[in-house]
Write a protein that binds this ligand. Structure first.
Ligand code: ADP
Ligand code: GN1
Ligand code: MG
Length: 356
């Protein structure tokens, strides 16, 4: 680690480096220096991102765009250059490393704590999308091709089921049946993307609460982080994934699925926040936000189940069965969203009448 830390222009000499955060994808470390500075050091996951250098080009471009649009605000995220002035360093094994200034005074939530926090997080993701509205989508690479193409996610699920390399399919019949029963409707957003009903925008695509930094004192959003998946997408993806995580009554990997469901008050706070941050949505986009919540939840469940069937190769797992627990909570949540479809629609109508 010392060698890789030494490649970046840190202020002071590094005195400690430890694993940090709860991300499922990259290897993240917190580095402290004798000058009292903190940095986030990350190794970009090459299995997940086939072109990590392309990821860094995207991240650099988005940071530069935001710095121009919202200096000191959402543009505060800063990559620390290497001693040669590059935005990332390559190690001997060809791994891509980067360092960010730690966003001081910020906290990120692993679970919702208050409705106001939820409002702030959703407003942040909405504002993020608004700020990037005039960034040419074609200038960004697709860092993970077909990332939220749900039918493609299903195709990979079918392939995993067929191959059953870990011999696990026989034990998860109920989960498989749940996913298959919803395959046709799961493609609804993708169809509306293809036929032009929904506009393609620059979106974040991974809008978990722990990808927003809130001011630890005022609890207002400081900035959005985890920019690896910023690429062309739909508003419904960002709102949907935010609801999937933020309006859930249990943790993503809760083993007791009875605890999992949709919290409608949380849904309302998130919807109010997102619409406030992103006021220029089309009528079709607004209408499809609750559908986004359900489909992003279903898609995520299918991804967790696929990874379980493939022997846990994609998402970081810390115990056996964790991906299966994750898949089960997502399916339980999606089922509760089906039951609460009218209630979600009523909330959207109420917000519309209130001019949100
Ligand atoms: P992953 O793709 O694995 O989720 P993230 O970029 O989200 O990686 O980083 C993982 C965690 O590290 C975040 O959830 C957050 O807690 C912390 N983190 C990342 N970047 C920063 C930053 N610039 N300042 C403070 N904390 C950060
Ligand atoms: C991953 O990187 P992280 O932990 O913020 C994943 C998301 C999933 C999420 C599920 C690049 O997000 O797509 O929704 O886990 N990111 C990638 O918790 O696959
Ligand atoms: Mg993250």
């Amino acid at each position: 680690m010392e060698e890789i830390i030494g490649r970046f222009q840190l202020t002071g000499a590094a005195v400690s480096c430890r694993a940090y955060g709860c991300g499922h994808i990259n290897r993240t470390f917190l580095v402290r220096t004798d000058a009292g500075r903190r940095y986030i050091l990350q190794r970009v996951n090459r299995q997940v991102f086939p072109d990590p250098v392309g990821v860094m080009e995207n991240v650099t471009a988005v940071i530069a765009f935001l710095a121009e649009k919202a200096p000191g605000g959402f543009g505060r995220l800063r990559l620390v250059p290497t001693r040669e002035g590059a935005p990332y360093a390559l190690d001997g094994a060809g791994e891509v490393w980067r360092a960010y200034d730690y966003v001081e005074g910020g906290v990120c939530l692993q679970a919702p704590e208050s409705l106001e926090d939820l409002y702030q997080c959703a407003e942040a993701f909405g504002r993020f999308q608004s700020l990037l509205a005039d960034m040419p989508a074609a200038s960004l690479r697709e860092t993970i091709p077909e990332f939220h193409n749900t039918p493609v996610r299903y195709a990979r699920f079918h392939a995993a089921l067929e191959a059953d390399i870990a011999g696990r399919a026989a034990d998860v019949g109920a989960e498989i049946a749940f996913a298959l029963a919803r395959e046709r409707e799961a493609g609804a957003l993708q169809r509306m993307r293809q036929d032009g009903t929904l506009p393609v925008r620059v979106t974040h695509n991974d809008t978990k609460l722990n990808n927003v930094m809130l001011d630890e004192k005022t609890r207002r959003a400081l900035c959005v982080i985890d920019l690896d998946t910023v690429m062309p997408g739909l508003a419904a993806y960002d709102f949907g994934d935010c609801v999937r995580f933020g309006a859930a009554t249990a943790a993503e990997d809760e083993p007791d699925t009875e605890k999992m469901g949709l919290d409608l008050a949380a849904f309302e706070a998130l919807a109010r926040g997102f619409l406030t941050g992103c006021p220029a949505l089309t009528e079709a986009e607004r209408r499809t936000l609750p559908l986004g919540a359900k489909l992003m939840t279903l898609e995520c469940g299918v991804r967790f189940l696929t990874d379980y069937l493939e022997g846990d190769r994609y998402f970081a797992v810390h115990r056996p069965g964790q991906n299966l627990d994750r898949a089960r909570t997502q399916f339980k949540l999606a089922a509760d969203m089906e039951a609460k479809r009218d209630a979600m629609a009523a909330i959207m109508d109420r917000l519309e009448r209130a001019g949100t």
